[in-house]
Design a protein around this ligand. Structure first.
Ligand code: NAI
Length: 461
């Protein structure tokens, strides 16, 4: 079976490896570095910056932990970016090595479909090649969505890609859109010393999260002196000699050195010849797939951001795996019942399953349990006491429907909850499972107990 995979992000490269493991003869076509946005301009590079910011904050409060540090503690942007590049390079090389070990052929260049079974590949140097295949996975990903009235210019109006390339920490930054990218960058630039303001068109920051979690997150923004304006749609950004300016509806002016626009993502479906192959697009330009990851054209599959839906790296990888297995004779369907999400702000936010309001919309009667991290010994020992765990469970069956966490290590804690949601476990299953002490995981057990008013470390209400 000759398989071509167009795009080597977490959707494409994972699909390629799985298909090769299952015996396919795989060629991957990638115009940039392997790893896609996730590895080169998204998840991984931002996490390296976040770690530098966390270290900076920890060093600044070291005195309260009994450690004296003398001298100035300041971020060095060029060295932070150097470390970021090193981490990215190591991981990119790792994927190339894995490809090689599986005999996966990597062709560097722009792939354009010429039919449902062939593609031209043009390398940066201009060499041209035509390749044929039996099956294809399109995993070309997404890019920052641009607002036509204030397009990116990489100097004053920047995208999340540009934000990783700046060579000076801006004194002030206006972020348009308080979604995942906006809030992660708000923390990064605030941590590095910029004065940050965020404008969001919906009523709250991280509007897709549980309302209580958003509320606690907004409190954290306030503590960090990050200004947030909600219910404001930015329609115009003025470019001045020394920066940008946005005028709010009441007439208030917000000026900043740069504006970072993070209002969603656009699909990479243009210029790849999907029309030639007859692949159908949806209303927003995404590639339409069914839950077996098949497009409308037999033998052509798609995975990852380019298919719309939940735009997360781990979702892309799972979709890629489903596509690869189906190509190699499987009959799998992607299962979205328990998709964990993690937002790498400080503190982190993670969730899985239903939010309380979603359960109400579906007419499901629920119970909730809460547990604050400040009631945990481990949290005090580490000096990370902000945040809480919230469990939403079915009133009758006690099944865990959703878990929402804001607080330390949320991105790791969420997977016990994901298993519970996926397997239909009850809050009793969680609370009756011993959790090691002292750990942050105890918060999940106590929140499960709180559903039944039985949390040990909460003062009786
Ligand atoms: P997003 O959809 O999460 O947030 C965009 C925000 O911008 C929304 O809250 C929207 O209401 C607001 N907005 C849109 N137009 C506006 C305007 N003109 N004025 C003011 N506000 C406006 O999109 P984002 O943050 O760009 O992220 C894109 C995708 O990448 C998401 O699907 C996200 O889940 C994913 N991602 C996930 C990460 C993670 O899981 N840690 C990290 C980074 C991205």
């Amino acid at each position: 079976m000759k398989l071509a995979v167009l795009g080597a992000g977490p959707g494409g490269y994972v699909a390629a490896i799985r298909a090769a493991q299952l015996g396919a003869e795989v060629t991957v076509i990638e115009r940039d570095e392997v790893g896609g946005v996730c590895l080169n301009r998204g998840c991984i590079p931002t996490k390296t910056l976040i770690v530098s910011c966390e270290l900076l904050a920890a060093a600044r409060k070291s005195e309260s932990f009994g450690i004296d540090i003398s001298g100035k503690i300041v971020p060095n942007l060029s060295r932070i970016l150097e470390r970021k590049n090193k981490v990215v390079d190591t991981l990119v090389r790792g994927i190339v090595d894995i490809f090689r070990s599986h005999g996966i052929i990597l062709k560097k260049g722009q792939g354009i479909l010429t039919s449902a079974r062939s593609m031209s590949v043009t390398a940066a140097a201009g060499e041209y090649e035509k390749i044929g295949f039996d099956r294809l996975i399109i995993a070309t990903g997404s890019r920052p969505l641009e607002i036509p009235s204030f397009p990116f210019n990489s100097k004053r109006i920047i995208s999340s890609d540009d934000a990783l390339r700046i060579n000076e920490i801006p004194k002030s930054l206006l972020i348009i859109g308080a979604g995942v990218i906006g809030c992660e960058y708000a923390d990064i630039f605030n941590g590095l010393g910029s004065e940050v303001t965020i404008i969001e068109k919906l009523p709250r920051a991280l509007p897709a999260e549980d309302a209580e979690i958003s509320g606690l997150f907004e409190r954290e923004l306030k503590k960090k002196k990050i200004k947030l304006y909600t219910n404001v749609v930015v329609e115009k950004v003025d470019i001045m000699a020394d920066g940008i300016r946005v005028v709010l509806p009441g007439g208030k002016e917000i000026a900043a050195e740069k504006a970072l626009v993070s209002v969603g993502r656009d699909f990479n479906t243009n210029g790849i010849g999907i029309e030639e192959a007859g692949v159908a697009k949806g209303v927003c330009g995404e590639i339409c797939v069914n839950d077996a990851m098949e497009t409308n054209v037999p033998g052509i599959y798609a995975a990852g951001d380019v298919t719309g839906g939940i735009m997360l790296a781990h979702v892309a990888s799972m979709q890629g795996i489903v596509a690869a297995r189906n190509i190699m004779g499987g009959r799998e369907r992607i299962d979205y019942t328990a998709v964990p999400s993690a937002i790498f702000t400080s503190p982190e936010i993670a969730s899985v399953g239903l939010k309380e309001y979603e359960a109400a919309e579906k007419g499901i009667k629920v119970r909730t349990g809460h547990f604050p991290f400040r009631a945990l010994g481990k949290a005090h020992a580490l000096g990370e006491i902000d945040g809480m765990v919230k469990i939403v469970s079915d009133h009758l069956s006690d099944k865990v429907l959703g878990v929402h966490i804001i607080g330390p290590r949320s991105s790791d804690l969420i997977h016990e909850a994901a298993l519970a949601v996926r397997k239909g476990l009850t809050t009793k299953d969680i609370s009756e499972t011993m959790h090691a002490h002292p750990t942050f995981s105890e918060a999940l057990r106590e929140a499960a107990e709180d559903v039944h008013g039985e949390a040990i470390h909460i003062i009786k209400r």
